[in-house]
Write a protein that binds this ligand. Structure first.
Ligand SMILES: [Zn+2]
Length: 137
């Protein structure tokens, strides 16, 4: 089993979550969480592992901030979106700059759109759903 990068342990302390490598709790190239416990599967790309980590922290933060006072969100897709956006904000504040066309954002969009009911992750045309990149001046 690959050891977790030290920077993720440091970030976990900062955000008051516990992070462990656990391929039984999280699939390959994916994260999972329960409360403030985060599990990361084995990752092929350490850059994408950081993205997954921040997303799971986003889930933990959403619960802490009472985004779901009744304990449930409108739907799973909505809760995923909240966790992604919160995670991106935290990552940004920690110096990560993931522009629209980066592999990090491609990974995030693919994960997010896998929650669509009609999604077949192996065939998913992410660009069909994604917001277009902002035009550059
Ligand atoms: Zn999620």
């Amino acid at each position: 089993m690959t050891e977790l990068p030290e920077k993720l342990q440091i970030l976990a302390k900062k955000y008051r979550v516990i992070v462990d490598r656990n391929p039984e709790m999280a699939d390959h190239n994916q994260g999972a969480h329960a409360g403030t416990q985060i599990w990361l599967g084995e990752f092929d790309d350490p850059d994408l592992e950081v993205v997954a980590f921040f997303h799971e922290v986003g889930h933990a933060l959403a619960a802490k901030k009472r985004f779901y006072p009744l304990g449930v969100g409108m739907c799973e897709l909505s809760m995923e979106a909240v966790a992604w956006e919160l995670g991106f904000s935290l990552a940004y504040d920690d110096g990560y700059r993931w522009v629209y066309d980066s592999k990090q954002m491609e990974y995030a969009r693919k994960c997010f759109f896998s929650y669509l009911l009609d999604a077949d992750a192996t065939k998913l045309d992410v660009e069909q759903y994604a917001t277009p990149a902002p035009e550059e001046d």
